[in-house]
Each structure stands twice: as structure tokens, then as C-alpha cells.
Design a protein around this ligand. Structure first.
Ligand SMILES: CC(C)(COP(=O)(O)OP(=O)(O)OC[C@H]1O[C@@H](n2cnc3c(N)ncnc32)[C@H](O)[C@@H]1OP(=O)(O)O)[C@@H](O)C(=O)NCCC(=O)NCCS
Length: 333
């Protein structure tokens, strides 16, 4: 006789309950970076919209910022660490190949016996995490999931690299995602284009670890390739997201794309024909590009400044190295 296995009871949906944020403690203006790359404050402002970026002091690690953001999100949700069932960390800068930053933080935060793993999807990582959290909750594997996007990119910056270093900042953003009878996280639209897998890369990432010692890796990119892909591809995928959630651009209150370049943000607003009253995240001007931390940091700022409020329809979308992308429409807590 065929044996059938008892499935876990499933849950109708999930919602973001709270957010947390930590930015690097140092404010670094363009002028501090331009000399070794033969650039200027004016060029960086015009081509990227960045005025300053936040970076962390030498003694502050990526996990320290992640912990700070996580503490805020857990207490904002009115939960105790023991109430968390899963921790997902999106990062490319935890300086250990193994074990994961998620396991490290589970210990530091006192979460107990939890599902814990990292997500390596670069700037799309936080939105991958929200998609995973939604899936874990719907399938009955977890009721409260802590999603963190955290990067200390300045650890992987070459001051003489002209392609990306001046864009990068440090920080961490976190969200608690919980079970909800009413779905407040729409379908995640996610994927990747591996034909450009090395368009954003750590130098040395093409060297096999088994070949022995490799130099300390630093980030570099083919800026124009990423720029073109980010604009055309993201606009198409965000339209798909709206369609899958049964919404139109007129329904959107808040737009939080990955903070890679202000010109990309502007171009996306343009392509999507978002109405003028949509609040658009422009955190890049003061924080820089913080990869996996960028979407939650930008969203946290809008909420903290009162530009986004409870019940607003927010479009979250991350894209970058991989080239990976992910996004979802959420109703704000
Ligand atoms: C990196 C980026 C800012 C470069 O801007 P760009 O407008 O594409 O610049 P280009 O590479 O086309 O170069 C234009 C000119 O600026 C110069 N230039 C390039 N980098 C420069 C720098 N850092 N400072 C000063 N000049 C620079 C080039 O030499 C070129 O000069 P030329 O016209 O005399 O030949 C932009 O491509 C970008 O933001 N890309 C995507 C970022 C991204 O999403 N990254 C993914 C990780 S999240």
C-alpha cells in the first residue's frame, strides 16, 4: 500500500511587521575618494546622485551592524528573540566562507534552535530573503522570520578602482516577516541572467580556491552593462510584479528600488510612468550603494521620516551581481 505523508498545515500569507536599520558610523564625502580615481565631486554627483556615503569604522563589522538592525526589528515587532523561527541573511561581505552569518547572528541574538542560512544574491539579496520568508511561512515551516540585508562593502573596496568603489557604502537593514491571514506580501518576481554572471565581481573570484592563496578580493564591475540591464530588465519585471499582484502604477504609494545609481532610479520611475505623487526612495544620495542592505535601509528612512506610512502599497525591487533580481509588492506595517 502506498504511504502518504502528512503535510504541515499551510498558512494563507505573510506580512512585514517591523523594520530595523544601522548605517556605517562615518560620513564619507566624494572629495575624500576622488584623488586616486582621477574623478571629481561634480562627476560623481552628476553620474550617480551620490553626495556622501556611510561607511563603518575599522572596529565595526558587518555582523555588528546586522545585529543592531535585527534588535530594532525584533523589538519593533513586539517579539522576544525566542519567538523567531528562521533567520535569513543576505550578504556578500561576511568575511567567512563558512559558517554562515545567519548562524553566527542566531547565536549572538539568542534565537535558539532556528532555521539559519545566508543568501548570496548580492543587491537582490534582501528581496530574495523576503520571498523566501513568505515561502517558509506559507508552507508552515516558520511563523516569524527575521530577514537581514547587511554589507560592509568598504572592506572590499580598492581605493584606485574607478568602476564601482566610489558607489559603495556600509549598513544593514532588517525586517520581521510574520504569518498573516490576509496576504500583505504579493508574489515575488525573481530570477537571474547568468550570461552576465561576472558583470559585478570580486577580483579573484574567478580563481578556484583549490589553486591556493588568493589576494584579498575587491569589487569591480562593467558599469555600462549593469546600467543598461538594470534599467530595461527591471522595468519589465516590475510591470510583471504589478500585474501578478493585480495592481497598476496608479495603485503604488511608495517605490523602493535598489539604490545603485540615482540615474537608474529616475529612469525606472520614467519607464514605469509612476504618478508624480508616488514617494520614491533616494537614500543613495547620503548612504551610497549598500548592496543587500540598500532596499531595507531606503524603506526604513522613508518610514522614519514619515514619507511612507502604514497601509501604503510599496514596490520593493533589488538587482545586481549575478545578475540577479527580485522584488515584491508589500503593504507597509
Ligand atoms: C559606474 C557608473 C556610475 C559609470 O557611469 P557611466 O555614465 O556609465 O560612465 P561610463 O563608464 O559610460 O564612462 C563615461 C565617462 O566617464 C569616465 N569615467 C568612468 N568612471 C569614472 C569615474 N569614477 N570618475 C570620473 N570619470 C569616470 C569614463 O572614462 C568616460 O569618459 P569618456 O567619455 O571621456 O570616455 C554607471 O555605469 C553605473 O552606475 N552602473 C551601474 C551601477 C550598478 O548598478 N552596479 C551594480 C552593483 S549594485
Amino acid at each position: 500500500m502506498a504511504i502518504s505523508l502528512t503535510p504541515r498545515p499551510t498558512v494563507a500569507g505573510s506580512r512585514i511587521v517591523s523594520l530595523g536599520a544601522a548605517r556605517g558610523d562615518l560620513t564619507v564625502p566624494n572629495d575624500d575618494l576622488v584623488e586616486p580615481i582621477n574623478s571629481s565631486d561634480e562627476w560623481i554627483r552628476q553620474r550617480t546622485g551620490i553626495i556622501t556615503r556611510r561607511r563603518a569604522s575599522a572596529e565595526v563589522g558587518v555582523a555588528d551592524m546586522a545585529q543592531q538592525a535585527a534588535d530594532e526589528a525584533i523589538s519593533g515587532a513586539g517579539l522576544q528573540p525566542g519567538d523567531i523561527d528562521a533567520i535569513l541573511c543576505a550578504t556578500i561581505t561576511f568575511p567567512y566562507q563558512q559558517p554562515s552569518m545567519a548562524a553566527h547572528l542566531a547565536g549572538r541574538l539568542g534565537l535558539g534552535d532556528v532555521i539559519a542560512y545566508d543568501i548570496s544574491a548580492a543587491c537582490a539579496g534582501f528581496c530574495y530573503g523576503i520571498g523566501q520568508a513568505d515561502g517558509l511561512i506559507r508552507s508552515g515551516s516558520a511563523r516569524n522570520v527575521l530577514v537581514i540585508g547587511a554589507e560592509k562593502l568598504s572592506d572590499f573596496v580598492s581605493p584606485t578602482d574607478r568602476s564601482i568603489s566610489f558607489l559603495l557604502g556600509d549598513g544593514a537593514g532588517a525586517a520581521v516577516v510574520s504569518a498573516s491571514d490576509e496576504p500583505r506580501i504579493g508574489p515575488t518576481v525573481w530570477g537571474s541572467d547568468g550570461s552576465h554572471w561576472d558583470a559585478v565581481r570580486m577580483t579573484g573570484s574567478s580563481i578556484d580556491f583549490r589553486e591556493g592563496r588568493i589576494p584579498w578580493p575587491t569589487l569591480e564591475q562593467d558599469g555600462r552593462t549593469v546600467f543598461r540591464w538594470a534599467v530595461w530588465h527591471s522595468a519589465e519585471k516590475i510591470r510583471e510584479m504589478l500585474e501578478q499582484s493585480g495592481l497598476t502604477p496608479e495603485d503604488v504609494d511608495v517605490f523602493v528600488p535598489h539604490q545603485a545609481n540615482m540615474r537608474i532610479v529616475d529612469e525606472l520611475v520614467n519607464q514605469l510612468k509612476l504618478p508624480e505623487d508616488v514617494v520614491v526612495a533616494r537614500d543613495i544620495a547620503e548612504t551610497g550603494n549598500t548592496s543587500a542592505a540598500s532596499v531595507p535601509l531606503a524603506l526604513h528612512r522613508l518610514v522614519a521620516e514619515g514619507q511612507a506610512s502604514s497601509g501604503d502599497v510599496a514596490v520593493l525591487f533589488g538587482f545586481g551581481g549575478g545578475l540577479a533580481y527580485a522584488g515584491q509588492i508589500v503593504i507597509l506595517p
